[in-house]
Design a protein around this ligand. Structure first.
Ligand SMILES: [Zn+2]
Length: 350
């Protein structure tokens, strides 16, 4: 339980949200405009009424108990552009898994299309978690489980989601930078084009099933086309490029209809996850729940070396959406410092 007084916690929650929405800017282009994430943040903040990272951290801390299974959904695959995956998403998924392992004693799971299973396993290794089959993972500390989720139609995906939720009693589902369907059941890039159905599994059905079963869902995103933006659907359609209509035949726009119980809007999704970890560290009075720049650097480099590509440049560099590695490390350092400051009490008497 937090030792930081409630009023102070809210203040630091505001600081965290500002840091993760800082419009340092992704590289320019028709997909990315730095202030649009701030506009979406404002819409989400109005909808949820409390600092977004703090609210999500409070909900997670209340719900997740020791030895609970938690499911993290992230990653984007394309056979030509992202054959090994994309840099924004998996690094944050892995650092959050570490945070929930170290701080809450939870067992992190990932569910991915077959081509991304290896990527998520490597992301786990890079942060210090050993991927193992479920039966072994529950017998050993600091492990993670990466399961395959089939690439199939909406009905088959729904059935697979129900089976997965039946098999493992998850208490939390978190999504980060994971595309969600629009009203027409299509998935889109931030540039308004359709992401082909044969290239991705429809894990947004897992979020729907979780919500129906009363399992907590938390989503992190930066583009409006991801799972969770259904919670601010109308506002997001008016903010992002290709919000009202897209460049694919469905013409329904890129904004996802899939809702979550808590939504974190960030300038880059990995930063949103870092903000969530910072808030978890404050709420649980445990600085280990926020990873440091050394871990951030290790996971970014490890995935880039595997061939994971930057979403903006398609280069296999340790950058996210065209933002230099140093900026990601700076954001982590600023968040880490914010957590440390929140624990520090000035002793000066006037
Ligand atoms: Zn479309």
């Amino acid at each position: 339980m937090p030792t930081i007084p409630q009023a102070d916690l809210e203040q630091y929650g505001e600081v965290i949200d500002r840091l993760v929405t800082t419009p340092v800017g992704k590289s320019r282009g028709n997909m990315f405009q730095p202030m649009k994430a701030v506009d979406m943040y404002d819409a989400a903040r109005a909808r949820f009424g409390r600092p977004l990272c703090l609210l999500a951290a409070e909900m997670i801390s209340e719900r997740v108990k020791r030895d609970d299974n938690v499911l993290i959904l992230t990653g984007s695959y394309h056979p030509l552009h992202f054959p090994v995956g994309e840099m924004d998403g998996p690094p944050g998924g892995a650092t959050l898994a570490l945070s929930l392992d170290l701080g809450l004693g939870a067992k992190p799971f990932f569910a991915n299309e077959p081509p991304l299973v290896g990527l998520m396993e490597e992301a786990c290794r890079a942060v210090g978690l050993l991927p193992m089959p479920y039966e072994q993972a529950i017998e050993r500390d600091h492990t993670a489980v990466v399961v395959e989720f089939p690439i199939t139609d909406h009905e088959g995906s729904r059935r697979a989601a129900e089976e997965l939720m039946d098999r493992h009693d998850f208490s939390l589902v978190v999504t980060t930078e994971r595309l969600g369907r629009n009203r027409k059941g299509r998935y889109h890039s931030a540039g308004g084009t359709e992401r082909e159905p044969q290239d991705r599994c429809k894990v947004d059905h897992i979020v729907d099933v979780a919500r129906e079963r009363g399992i907590l869902t938390v989503s992190v995103g930066d583009g409006g086309n991801e799972i969770g933006f259904g919670s601010i659907f109308d506002e997001t359609r008016g903010i992002v490029n290709w919000g009202e209509t897209c460049r694919c035949p469905c013409e329904d726009g890129i904004v996802s209809v899939v809702e979550s119980d808590a939504l974190i809007v960030a300038a880059t999704s990995n930063w949103g996850i870092s903000g969530l970890e910072a808030a978890l560290a404050m709420v649980n009075d445990n600085q280990d729940m926020m990873h440091d720049a050394a871990v951030e650097r290790r996971v970014l480099h490890h995935l880039a070396n595997m061939g994971c590509a930057d979403g903006a440049t398609v280069m296999t560099t340790p950058t996210c959406d065209g933002t230099p590695e140093s900026v990601s490390l700076d954001v982590v350092n600023l968040l880490k410092a914010t957590v440390a400051q929140s624990f520090r009490v000035s002793s000066r008497r006037f």
